[in-house]
Design a protein around this ligand. Structure first.
Ligand SMILES: Nc1nc2c(ncn2[C@@H]2O[C@H](COP(=O)(O)OP(=O)(O)OP(=O)(O)O)[C@@H](O)[C@H]2O)c(=O)[nH]1
Ligand SMILES: C=C(OP(=O)(O)O)C(=O)O
Length: 214
């Protein structure tokens, strides 16, 4: 292993999970058709990952997905994609990704949702700073879901995503991250969320997709 391959112990290694495009973000399919939907979901994920990679405190971003098109898009940008194993849902995929990264020496692992197309690097950096070294999570704007989960350094991620995940992560001992990072909380599940994210400020790929569909 060269120095460049040595995992950075000072930052968090973020896992970004994505289902196959034909199953992801089903509420954004209506009125768009499969091709337009796939392009939008891909653009949102690429913007999310691009912003996360630039954030202070992020040592690396790794996507977890078995979708071929997504894998090609991310690989072209130099983003590593781990296969979705054991193909048993979101939390299992994240547990596997966590094991892979920690086996490589990553000291701290987190999970970031892929549907944050308005994410600003600076805001993610502030949230990471507020987390300190605590197990922490950031709730989505409605407050039920989770957009970011951070393990305590050296400990497993122990993800509890799914309905009511904010409460589940809180019950697992994670500190709630609330502060001036609206873009980290503005996940996009519906058309109404997309309209709200436009106001916050979409990333360039999502903005272009939305504009070309208008
Ligand atoms: N790798 C991987 N990612 C998953 C899996 N299930 C869900 N995800 C991703 O985790 C995030 C939250 O997933 P869900 O809330 O189940 O689904 P969604 O795609 O956001 O949207 P809906 O279709 O509206 O429920 C999304 O980015 C998904 O693509 C899985 O089994 N494997
Ligand atoms: C899976 C989750 O996200 P969402 O359903 O909002 O995509 C979650 O918040 O735990």
């Amino acid at each position: 292993m060269t120095a460049a391959d040595t995992p950075d112990s000072t930052g968090v290694h973020l896992l970004v999970p994505l289902k196959p495009l034909n199953r992801a973000k089903s509420r954004l399919l209506a009125g768009r058709g499969p091709a337009g939907h796939a392009e939008l979901v891909t653009a949102m994920a690429l913007d999310t990952v691009a912003a996360a990679r630039r954030a202070r405190g992020v040592a690396g971003v790794v996507v977890v997905s078995s979708d071929r098109e997504l894998t090609e898009s991310f690989t072209a940008l130099g983003v590593e994609v781990l296969p979705d194993e054991p193909a048993d849902g979101l939390n299992a995929a994240l547990r596997h990704g966590d094991e892979v990264l920690r086996a490589r020496g990553a000291h701290r692992v987190g999970a970031l949702q892929a549907d944050l197309p308005a994410l600003r690097s600076g805001e993610l950096g502030w949230a990471l700073r507020a987390a300190g070294t605590d197990r922490s999570f950031c709730p989505d704007l409605p407050g039920d879901g989770t957009t970011l989960l951070l393990a305590e350094p050296g400990l497993p991620l122990d993800p509890r995503f799914g309905p009511g995940s904010a409460e589940a992560h809180s019950e697992s001992g994670a500190k709630t991250l609330l502060g001036p990072w609206e873009s980290l909380r503005r996940d996009v599940d519906t058309e109404a969320d997309l309209t709200s994210a436009k106001t916050t400020g979409l990333g360039p790929r999502t903005r272009a997709r939305v504009a070309s569909a208008e």
